[in-house]
Design a protein around this ligand. Structure first.
Ligand code: CU
Length: 391
């Protein structure tokens, strides 16, 4: 009705307003599917408290013998200043621990930054020279020069040559970033939720890990877990770290349950959008063991800044032990990582198998015989693998 009225005015007013009316009706059209999608979004448990239940913390072993088993609850590896996290007062890229990251870091430092610096200083010098040399007071009779073929050829060809030289390593890097993972890769599926991450390991039995932000001491109720320096920096520390093996290709798959998120870890040179209804894929290999932090890098709502990523990179043997401690399995050597990964909520997705797997976890193999296997895949925080334990 209002659009019709607007159109009537628009026709009367002329072409300019008619154009506006077209824009308005186009803008109004997509509103219907958006509101139709709302009930589905509302069905997701949305506004639950971010305070993760800590009931399991009391029963968790105080000092596990294997640091691997401490990955849940108590931190395993300690954060190293300057590695895998930002440093106050420093600009530039974080030290890179993947091949693509090292190459990109080199390209930035050895190619792009010098080229930008030289061109900027050269143009600045030319400008200053023209301003001083050709000022009006020194040139009462202006020159009538308008063309110089030689200089024009130079200033056309030189930028072309510079761009081609930059394009060669740049396109190579772009290609490497989207190279599919080889056989034997470990698949990590990162699922963005408002506002936390869930992770699945489809090649390792499909167990699921939920990672929430660790709150500060003054933000939690008495007795609840809060962030300490051992967990990592403020806003980067997560209650559950995800563990990945060093020296083994990682196939990263991202998707989301609600809105677009982005899984980004600067030290890995990885930033991959997590989009509802589709799977994005890339691969990388971590060179050095350590603790690496990242954040959601796509504005995804009110608590976008509070969905950190904490990756603990360990040796393949330690990774296998962690997987078994989580109730997962290690595939046989040489098994191609081509497992079909269902969308969240689809039949056969890990989310729907959760009930059965929890039982399996309780009786699953135990890495350290002195420590009982966790009955919940979420360890100390006891977050359910599905649903919105935190926000
Ligand atoms: Cu997000």
């Amino acid at each position: 009705m209002s659009i019709k009225g607007l159109k009537r005015i628009a026709i009367a007013a002329g072409l300019a307003l008619a154009g506006l009316s077209t824009v308005a009706s186009h803008a109004a059209a997509p509103a219907a599917p958006v509101s139709a999608a709302t009930p589905q979004a509302a069905a997701e448990p949305g506004n639950v408290s971010n305070i993760a239940p800590t009931t399991a913390a009391a029963t968790a072993p105080a000092a596990p013998n294997s640091p691997l088993l401490a990955v849940d609850g108590a931190p395993g590896a300690l954060p190293t200043p300057g590695i895998g996290q930002p440093t106050n007062g420093v600009f530039g890229l974080q030290p890179q621990v993947t091949r693509n990251g090292e190459f990109a870091h080199w390209m930035h430092n050895a190619v792009l930054f010098p080229v930008i610096t030289v061109i900027s200083l050269f143009v600045l010098a030319l400008l200053l020279w023209v301003v001083v040399r050709y000022r009006a007071s020194a040139n009462p009779t202006p020159s009538k020069t308008s063309h110089n073929t030689f200089i024009e050829v130079i200033w056309t060809l030189l930028p072309v040559v510079i761009l081609v030289l930059i394009a060669v390593p740049s396109i190579g890097l772009l290609q490497a970033q989207f190279k599919p993972a080889p056989a034997g890769a470990v698949t990590l599926k990162a699922i963005g939720n408002q506002w936390y991450w869930t992770y699945q390991y489809p090649d390792n039995g499909g167990f699921e890990v939920t990672a929430n932000l660790l709150k500060e001491k003054n933000e939690v109720a008495a007795g609840e877990r809060f962030r300490t320096d051992a967990d990592g920096p403020r806003l980067l520390a997560a209650d559950n770290r995800i563990v990945l093996p060093v020296g083994v290709p990682i196939r990263l798959i991202t998707t989301a349950n609600d809105v677009i998120h982005s899984w980004a870890v600067p030290a890995f040179w990885i930033k991959l959008d997590a989009i509802p209804g589709r799977l994005n894929e890339t691969s990388f290999t971590i060179d050095k063991p350590g603790l690496y932090f990242g954040q959601c890098s796509e504005l995804c709502g009110a608590r976008h800044a509070y969905m950190p990523i904490a990756v603990e990179a360990v040796s393949p043997a330690q990774f296998a032990a962690w997987v078994r401690a989580k109730g997962g399995t290690m595939p046989a050597a040489g098994t191609p990582s081509d497992k079909v990964i269902p969308q969240p909520g689809a039949d056969g997705s890990a989310a729907k198998q959760e009930a059965g797997e929890t039982t399996a976890n309780a009786t699953g193999p135990v890495e350290n015989a002195t420590v009982a296997a966790p009955t919940s895949p979420q360890g100390a925080t006891n977050n359910p693998a599905t649903g919105n334990a935190g926000q």
